[in-house]
Design a protein around this ligand. Structure first.
Ligand SMILES: Nc1ncnc2c1ncn2[C@@H]1O[C@H](COP(=O)(O)OP(=O)(O)OP(=O)(O)O)[C@@H](O)[C@H]1O
Ligand SMILES: [Mg+2]
Length: 220
């Protein structure tokens, strides 16, 4: 589902920095992979290039059979919208929109489902994440942990084949972190969705199928 060969990332400009060094990896369909490593080791950088958000790298990345470098910006955007769900380290909800609208947005863009189906699916995802009572509030009216769970519901709305999470449980207490972990586990086991999450939580990492550890931009 995901492979890289000779992947290198340089941040250019005044603060020139070699952030990913010869990263070769393969992640199979339905695998649940945890990425760990110290702060500054390159975890977010890796997630951004794998998820097509950052195209400034050298080497080869293949996602679901597609060589990213051979694709136009439009093709990348449609691959991203169709196949990838992303939960950011700092969730980016639209604060003035309702929780329901935030979750529906990626599905409205994809147009795979009708508006009625999208609404139903969004309510179902919110329910799974323990947020059914909050659908009609503004996103800004929720707590940090609730907002993070909304961001997770939003990442699931299009049934992506890959879900990337950058510390998706970082703002959650242990009960909610556990719940989100169980959801990811079920998605990988029952629906063969591929899960790649950055986590500092050793408990969660230990329960993943595989841990990839980065140090100074290299896999160790
Ligand atoms: N825009 C940038 N310009 C220059 N250097 C950058 C830039 N963004 C990140 N870096 C550097 O690249 C390295 C990797 O950063 P990255 O954000 O991937 O770390 P991380 O492993 O996700 O850390 P954390 O656990 O703190 O989130 C760091 O040394 C960082 O300072
Ligand atoms: Mg990071």
């Amino acid at each position: 589902m995901i492979s890289t060969e000779g992947l290198n990332k340089y941040y250019k400009g005044a603060d020139h920095f070699h952030a990913l060094r010869d990263v070769d990896l393969e992640i199979g369909k339905g695998e649940f992979v945890a990425i760990t490593g110290q702060s500054g080791s390159g975890k977010s950088t890796l997630l951004y290039v794998l998820s097509t958000l950052d195209t400034d790298y050298t080497g080869t990345i293949k996602i679901n059979g597609n060589v990213l470098k051979s694709m136009s910006a439009n093709q990348l955007a449609s691959l991203r919208n169709r196949d990838i769900g992303f939960v950011f380290q700092f969730h980016y909800l639209l604060p003035e929109f309702s929780v329901l609208e935030n979750v529906c947005l990626p599905a409205m863009r994809l147009k795979k489902f009708t508006p009625v189906q999208i609404r139903e699916r969004a309510l179902q995802k919110l329910d799974i994440l323990g947020l059914s009572g909050h659908a009609h509030k503004k996103a800004s009216q929720l707590s940090g942990g609730q907002q993070q769970r909304v961001a997770i519901a939003r990442a699931l709305i299009n049934d992506p084949v890959i879900i990337f999470g950058d510390e998706p449980t970082g703002n959650l207490d242990s009960a909610n972190a556990r719940m989100v972990f169980d959801i990811f586990k079920e998605l990988s086991e029952k629906h063969e969705q591929t899960i790649v999450i950055v986590t500092h939580d050793p408990g969660i990492a230990a329960k993943s199928d595989r841990i990839i550890t980065l140090k100074d931009g290299e896999i160790v």
